[in-house]
Design a protein around this ligand. Structure first.
Ligand SMILES: Cc1ncc(CO)c(N)n1
Length: 220
């Protein structure tokens, strides 16, 4: 889905390095069962709880990013990612968890599993110590990997119906086209980075992809 983006000087290289990690995400048992519709409801529920905790902390990053922003375009960029994460994703999780009487308070009280906590710590480190370029590298693997993964499983003939509504959030809400806008913006933001900084940024992005892989591998 990122054919054009793969041609970009900086983000093209970053994507090429990370697509194999996202393909590995697709191979995980959890994602395969989600695709086929055979994933146990209890596991999906536990994922939704962990992911709600994750998304709350993800949203906190944007406080820093918008504060740091130098341009209105930057603010719009961060706001559009936050809008999807908070208003679409978090809302979908809270709506789903209602049937188990799990509300916001229960989410606040939930303990993140180790891989979730590690991902949160990695994001917070970038928010606290990094520039907006660093923050972009920490927020993008999340959105871009989901756009890529869900586009692929949605087209798989082995797909079942059980979790289609969940898959649709990543396919129908045009996350794919938003993802391309976010990539183009990031390319511009990083265009005048030195080679050393580009390497550092690419490393942060890759760490994020490995956090994504570990998130799919958690024992729900
Ligand atoms: C862990 C994780 N990564 C990415 C996304 C997509 O926003 C999500 N909801 N959760």
């Amino acid at each position: 889905m990122f054919e054009e983006e793969l041609k970009l000087p900086f983000m093209g290289k970053v994507l090429a390095e990370n697509l194999p990690i996202w393909d590995e995400c697709i191979e995980q048992d959890f994602v395969q069962k989600l695709k086929k519709g055979t994933l146990e409801k209890s596991k999906f529920k536990n994922y939704m709880i962990q992911d709600s905790v994750y998304l709350k902390n993800y949203a906190r990053m944007f406080g820093r990013a918008i504060y740091n922003a130098q341009t209105m375009a930057e603010i719009r960029m961060f706001y559009s990612v936050l809008n999807f994460a908070n208003d679409v994703e978090t809302q979908a999780r809270l709506d789903f968890l209602k049937q188990y009487d799990i509300d916001e308070k229960a989410i606040e009280a939930a303990t993140p599993l180790p891989a979730n906590q590690a991902y949160i710590d990695y994001m917070m480190k970038q928010a606290k110590e990094g520039t907006n370029r660093h923050i972009l590298m920490a927020i993008l693997p999340c959105m871009l990997s989901y756009a890529y993964i869900f586009d692929k499983i949605n087209q798989d003939p082995e797909k079942g119906e059980t979790y289609q509504a969940f898959i649709d959030d990543y396919v129908e809400d045009e996350v794919g086209s938003d993802a391309k806008t976010w990539i183009a913006f990031t390319e511009k933001m990083c265009a005048d980075s030195s080679e050393a900084e580009k390497q550092e940024l690419a490393q942060i992005f890759k760490e994020g992809s490995y956090c994504e892989l570990a998130f799919w591998q958690m024992d729900y």
